[in-house]
Unconditional design. Structure first.
Length: 215
């Protein structure tokens, strides 16, 4: 009996050490963020997540459906979401600097004045989405499709623009002092800032909307 208790005690010590290591980061103890539990069980959290703080210590999450959520003024700084579906989701004035939203779908979303500086948005689809006044400076936008997206007044300074498709999008008044560019496709209905010089690696196509595999 004593031997069994000793084993249990040893197991408890090991679990405590593992648990301690799991929540220690840069030498200090992090609090468990309730956002992790909320994302694992999104139906229990309601739709209003405004002003919520999603810390950098949350594990990277993926394959979620966060349609209809309100993330206005929320913070995703350094947070990560992959393969996630957002529809009618609000991110007005959200803080999304250095965040990761790779291979996601944003449909009919509101990202007005959101701060996406240096965000990683590779291969994400934005459709019928409002980016007016948003900060996308330095963002990684490789492979991103902008389908009927309002980018008026957005800041794309230094953004990585390779293999992009602009379809019926409005970029009037946007800062398009891009960083790396290559193979950018657009249609005749896309609106550019006044005096914007279409680059040699930009090609206009007129054969309809992007083929996105049913997305």
């Amino acid at each position: 009996m004593q031997k069994l208790n000793a084993k249990k005690l040893m197991l408890l010590i090991v679990l405590c050490l593992v648990g301690w290591q799991a929540f220690v980061w840069d030498g200090y103890l992090q609090k468990i963020d309730v956002a992790y539990a909320a994302w694992r069980h999104p139906n229990q959290s309601g739709s209003d997540w405004s002003h919520f703080i999603f810390t950098s210590k949350i594990p990277v999450l993926y394959n979620l459906n966060l349609a209809g959520k309100n993330f206005n003024n929320a913070s995703f700084v350094n947070g990560g979401l992959y393969h996630t579906h957002f529809e009618n989701t609000k991110f007005i004035h959200a803080k999304m600097k250095n965040s990761h939203f790779e291979q996601c779908i944003f449909k009919q979303c509101d990202l007005r004045n959101a701060d996406l500086k240096d965000a990683d948005l590779k291969y994400t689809l934005f459709r019928d989405t409002d980016f007016r006044g948003a900060n996308l400076a330095g963002a990684d936008l490789r492979g991103v499709t902008f389908w009927n997206v309002d980018l008026r007044g957005a800041n794309l300074t230094g953004a990585n623009m390779v293999l992009n498709w602009f379809y019926r999008s409005d970029l009037r008044g946007a800062n398009l002092n891009w960083g790396k560019t290559g193979a950018i496709l657009y249609d005749s209905q896309t609106k550019w800032p006044k005096g914007f010089d279409l680059k040699n690696d930009m090609f206009m196509l007129t054969d309809g909307p992007p083929q996105l595999g049913g997305r």
